[in-house]
Design a protein around this ligand. Structure first.
Ligand code: PLP
Length: 395
C-alpha cells in the first residue's frame, strides 16, 4: 500500500505532511521503508519522551494489554491510581484529573476556573486572560485562548470572555486584569509561538496580579512538562512561584494519548461529581505507559541528561551563530530549543531531513529541536555537524 496516495484519498487534508512514512523506531532513531535511519530531534512534537520503543514502556504496555485495556471512570483503576500518586508526589499539587490530550487538559482547567469564579460569589468572574502568540489547543475554548488569529479566523464566533495580553509585558496584563478575571493562562515557555521563555519578573508579576484579583494562574505545560525543560515541570525553575493549575500532555505517556490537569490543594473541591468527565481519561493502557515514563526519568537520571546536553548543545549553537549570520537568535530551555534564522524555517527543516535529521518548525522562521530525553552527546554532535555543513553551503 502507498501510504501517501491512500492518505490523500481517504483522510481529511488538515495537515501538510512531509513525504515520509516511518516504519520502525528504536531509541532516538526512526527508519523508513527503505531502511534509511533518521535522528529524531522532533520526538513527534515533544511526545516520544523516552525515544521509540523504550523497553520499559513496551514492557509496561504489553503487560497491561494482556490484563485489561479499559473499564471507564465509573470504576476505580489500579494503574490510574498508581500514576496519580507518583505525579502528585513529584510536584507541588494535590490532585490530578486525567484526559487524552493537551487541549482537553486546558479545557478542564478553564472549566474549573469558571466554576471557581461562581463559587467565590461573583457571577461575572468569567474573563480569561491569555497571551499573544500562545498555543493552547484546537477545541473551541482552547483555540480561543490561543493568541494567534490564523487559528481562530475560520471558526468565529469564539468563546466569549477571553482577552489577550503581551507575553513578558506585565503592564499589558495589569491593563486587562480586574476582579472579573477568573484565570490567566500562559505557557512558561511558549513552544509553537516560536520558543519564547517567560522572564522571572513577568511570572512573578502575573502571580502577584492573580493573587490581588483572586484569579487562578494556569500554567500550560503541555509541551514543557515531563522533563522536557530539565526539571520535571518548568514552573520549578521560577523560584518559589507556583501556578494554581497546571496542565500537561505530550510527553507524559511516551507516545500514547494522555493529558492531565494538576490542581492545588485549595481548589480540589471545585469540580464535583458530574461536573466534568472523559470516557477514556486515564485509560489503563496509557496510565501504565505514563508510570513507566515517570519511573524511567528517575531511574535513568534523564533530567540531568537534559540539563547537561542542553548546555552543550546551546554552547555549540552559539559557536555556529558566531560564524554564520543567518542564525538570528537561539532560545529555549532544556530540550526545547529554537533557532531563529533569516530564511524560511521550512527550508532548514528540509535540509536537515536530507541529512537524516528530523526537526519541527515553530512559525515561519524558527526551527525547534525537541529530542527524546535519552539522546547522547554523539547525537548532538551529529546535528551540529549537519547544521555547520548546511550553513556553510548557504554562505
Ligand atoms: C501541543 C500543545 C497543546 C495542544 O495539545 P493537543 O494534545 O494537540 O491537544 C496545548 N498547549 C501547548 C503548550 C501545546 O504545545
Amino acid at each position: 500500500m502507498d501510504a501517501i496516495k491512500t492518505t490523500d484519498k481517504y483522510i481529511l487534508k488538515t495537515y501538510n505532511r512531509y513525504p515520509y512514512a516511518f516504519k520502525k523506531g528504536c531509541g532516538a532513531y526512526l527508519f523508513d521503508k527503505g531502511g534509511h535511519k533518521y535522528l529524531d530531534m522532533g520526538a513527534g512534537i515533544a511526545v516520544s519522551s523516552l525515544g521509540h520503543s523504550h523497553p520499559a514502556v513496551v514492557k509496561a504496555i504489553k503487560k497491561q494489554a494482556d490484563k485489561l485495556l479499559h473499564t471507564s471512570n465509573l470504576y476505580y483503576s489500579i494503574p490510574q491510581a498508581e500514576l496519580a500518586k507518583k505525579l502528585v508526589r513529584s510536584t507541588d499539587f494535590s490532585r490530578v484529573f486525567f484526559c487524552n490530550s493537551g487541549a482537553e487538559a486546558n479545557e478542564a482547567a478553564l472549566k474549573l476556573a469558571r466554576k471557581y469564579g461562581k463559587l467565590i460569589g461573583n457571577e461575572n468572574k468569567i474573563k480569561v486572560i491569555s497571551m499573544d502568540h500562545s498555543f493552547h489547543g484546537r477545541t473551541m475554548a482552547t483555540v480561543t485562548a490561543t493568541g494567534q488569529k490564523k487559528y481562530q479566523a475560520p471558526f468565529l464566533p469564539l468563546v466569549p470572555g477571553f482577552e489577550y495580553a503581551t507575553y513578558n509585558d506585565i503592564d499589558s496584563v495589569k491593563a486587562l486584569i480586574d476582579d472579573d478575571v477568573c484565570a490567566v493562562i500562559m505557557e512558561p515557555l511558549q513552544g509553537e509561538g516560536g520558543v519564547h521563555p517567560a522572564t522571572l519578573d513577568f511570572v512573578k508579576g502575573v502571580r502577584e496580579l492573580c493573587d490581588k484579583h483572586q484569579a487562578l494562574l494556569i500554567f500550560d505545560e503541555v509541551q514543557t512538562g515531563m522533563g522536557r525543560t530539565g526539571t520535571l515541570f518548568c514552573y520549578e525553575q521560577f523560584e518559589g512561584i507556583k501556578p494554581d493549575l497546571m496542565t500537561t500532555a505530550k510527553g507524559i505517556a511516551a507516545g500514547l494519548p494522555m493529558g492531565a490537569l494538576f490542581v492545588s490543594e485549595s481548589l480540589v473541591d471545585v469540580l464535583q461529581p458530574g461536573d466534568h468527565a472523559s470516557t477514556f481519561g486515564g485509560n489503563p493502557l496509557c496510565a501504565s505507559a505514563a508510570i513507566a515514563v515517570v519511573d524511567t526519568i528517575r531511574k535513568e537520571k534523564l533530567l540531568a541528561n537534559v540539563l547537561k546536553l542542553s548546555n552543550y548543545f546551546m554552547g555549540k549553537l552559539a559557536k555556529l551563530q558566531a560564524r554564520y549570520g543567518c542564525i538570528k537568535d537561539i532560545r529555549g530551555k532544556g530540550f526545547l530549543i529554537g533557532i531563529e534564522i533569516d530564511f524560511p524555517a521550512s527550508e532548514l527543516v528540509s535540509s536537515l531531513l536530507e541529512h537524516n535529521i528530523i526537526t519541527v518548525p515553530a512559525g515561519s522562521d524558527v526551527v525547534r529541536f525537541l529530542p527524546p530525553l535519552i539522546i547522547t552527546k554523539r547525537d548532538v554532535d551529529f546535528v551540529i555537524d549537519a547544521l555547520d555543513q548546511i550553513f556553510n553551503e548557504r554562505n
